[in-house]
Design a protein. Structure first.
Lengths: 312, 294
């Protein structure tokens, strides 16, 4: 990249002074970061601004109309106050999505922490450690939808789990709540995203000075005491980063909810998608803004616990 | 520490084994089921063994344009891979120096990972729709009259994928340069190497294995991406989008065959990347670094 500038032979005398400066320190940082920055300006920052702007536009059955109205927002919350203490649709959707967030957060955290702890402190050879770590990460490189549909032959009405349950006379008829249910949605999330807990927690644990653990051992701390008073606090940055990933993914997801919920379970992300399928852009944008604000509030809350940037 | 294995080790090892089974078990099941005989269904038992469903899949067998989607995803993944390597490498180098706006840029890149994909996708769709409207109304006649849409796999779609792959690329670059020994560079500079020579003959050869890792990230993340693509691809769907659409309509093992084929590509790319990394590492071990051997 820099070659084009440094090695071009036909430089004018005027450019030569600039060239010597470049020869000494290389290209200025902002120029090297420019292409990267432009991508985010064009495909992230401007689009987000447009989402906010369009959320205040008016619309009819077939097009959006530039104007300023809060219609898309008010429609969402119509009757919400009157209905209290019963929850209106949008609040119910958010409460339900938050419940999924919490369930998935707990399961991925418990599994992710245990796996990372095993890899970091109980596997002794570095090679084995790396191989086992790779084993955990490889599924992440494959398609999420395939990993979702791979539960169908296991959890379906005639799936392996139901067969086993019926054969063992635990149930008389195949149970229905295994697939296309809140259970299968939570299971799929845990299956897909425990990776996001394992990696940062493992990373934090690998930085813990092993001498601290020996010191704890020498001072007579039991295994549990070492775990709870030493390893957990020192792994906190990884736990928080993992939590941010998992919670925001579940919050904004519409694909896992769709595929694993049999298109029957509402979620904050799915509300946006439904509006988009109806080509109602301003209400979709308004719902996207609400989703974004809720997500950011969660991150700010988690970020108060630890400064993420310091930990990278 | 250091003595025999504690009982905790065996519990944890068993837990880990179960976790690996949980990760891989279901996938192995659909790989097996994709070789279901022609009369077989979506669940066990296997009615014979065949490649019937792969054949049907490749012929198009009534369902949407799988071949087209396959090639499109492959091309897009390749372009995303190249751009992810080039842009993250360049930005990674930039972040080693101080520059105006570096904090802001880092914040934006991380925000792009965390903002729900559907929001980003919607924003890109709006951007291109408004651009279309603008061009049709105010653009020069030769554009305005011929334009259907500016959205497409390699415009809005490519941009959407880059907002997903580049932050990962940058984070990997941070990890690389955090571990990089700056003294190699200083030595090169002291010996009179220009910044470009330092980069080309000293820095790049050392970090090459990790850069291949960034490329692997770029390809596989793009190859499997749906959420951001959902609104931003224009008229042609990518392979994972077709697959997602099929989950609601297809009731034959054809969908498992598609899953197996897609995963096969991912695994081939991973294997290729690991192989390349191992070759480079062993070369480095044999010759030392090839730094400076122009």
């Amino acid at each position: 990249m820099t070659a084009a500038i440094v090695n071009t032979p036909a430089e004018t005398a005027h450019a030569k002074t600039a060239k010597t400066a470049i020869d000494r320190v290389g290209l200025p940082g902002w120029l090297q970061a420019l292409p990267f920055g432009l991508v985010f300006l064009s495909f992230f920052v401007i689009p987000l601004i447009l989402v906010v702007i369009v959320s205040f536009w008016d619309y009819n059955d077939y097009e959006m109309l530039p104007s300023f109205t809060a219609r898309s927002y008010t429609e969402n919350f119509e009757g919400c106050l009157a209905q209290l203490p019963d929850l209106c649709t949008i609040l119910r959707t958010y409460v339900s999505t938050a419940k999924f967030c919490f369930i998935v957060w707990v399961t991925t955290l418990v599994i992710g922490f245990t796996v990372a702890y095993f890899l970091a402190f109980h596997v002794r050879s570095t090679t084995t450690q790396m191989v086992l770590f790779m084993v955990c990460t490889i599924p992440f490189w494959t398609s999420n939808v395939i990993r979702m549909i791979s539960w169908i032959p296991l959890l379906g009405r005639n799936g392996l789990v139901n067969d086993a349950l019926v054969h063992a006379h635990i149930v008389d008829h195949p149970v229905e709540w295994l697939l296309y249910s809140p259970f299968s949605v939570s299971l799929a999330f845990t299956h897909l995203f425990t990776f996001f807990m394992v990696v940062p927690i493992f990373n934090s644990m690998m930085r813990i000075d092993k001498r601290l653990i020996e010191a704890a051992y020498d001072s007579g701390a039991s295994g549990w005491q070492t775990l709870w008073n030493l390893i957990v606090p020192l792994s906190k940055p990884g736990i928080v980063i993992g939590s941010i990933f998992v919670v925001t993914i579940v919050m904004g997801d519409f694909i896992t909810f769709g595929v694993m919920g049999g298109q029957q379970i509402a979620s904050a992300g799915k509300v946006v998608e439904t509006r988009l399928n109806a080509l109602q852009f301003p209400p979709a944008a308004a719902n996207a803004v609400i989703l974004l604000v809720v997500t950011l509030m969660i991150i700010v809350a988690l970020n108060r616990i630890v400064d993420v940037r310091k930990e990278l | 520490m250091g003595e025999g294995r504690s009982p905790a080790f065996y519990w944890l090892a068993a837990f880990f084994a179960l976790f690996v089974l949980f990760l891989y078990g279901p996938m192995i099941v659909i790989f097996i089921l994709s070789f279901q005989g022609p009369t077989g269904g979506l669940t066990f038992p296997m009615n014979g063994l065949s490649v019937h469903w792969f054949e049907r899949l490749w012929k198009g067998g009534g369902i949407v344009d799988i071949q087209g989607a396959f090639l499109r995803s492959l091309e897009l993944g390749f372009v995303v891979m190249i751009l992810t390597v080039l842009l993250s490498l360049s930005a990674g180098l930039a972040f080693r120096k101080r520059f105006a706006g570096s904090n802001l840029l880092f914040f934006v890149a991380v925000a792009s990972l965390i903002v729900p994909s559907i929001v980003t996708s919607l924003g890109i769709a709006l951007e291109f729709r408004l651009l279309d409207d603008f061009l049709k109304k105010h653009g020069p006649a030769w554009i305005a009259n011929n334009l259907t849409t500016t959205m497409g796999t390699f415009t809005s779609g490519l941009g959407a994928h880059l907002t997903w792959t580049l932050p990962f690329g940058l984070l990997v670059m941070f990890a690389i340069f955090n571990r990089f020994d700056n003294r190699y560079e200083e030595a090169a500079r002291d010996l009179g190497a220009s910044p470009w020579q330092t980069l080309r003959y000293v820095v790049l050869p050392i970090i090459l294995p990790s850069v291949i890792g960034v490329g692997l990230f770029g390809f596989t993340l793009s190859w499997d991406e749906i959420a951001r693509s959902s609104q931003a691809m224009g008229e042609h769907n990518t392979l994972p989008m077709e697959l997602q659409a099929l989950t609601t309509t297809v009731t034959t093992p054809e969908i498992y065959a598609l899953g197996t084929a897609t995963t096969g590509v991912s695994f081939a790319v991973i294997a290729l990347a690991i192989f390349a990394i191992m070759v480079i590492r062993s070369r480095q071990a044999r010759h030392g670094s090839d730094a400076g051997q122009a």
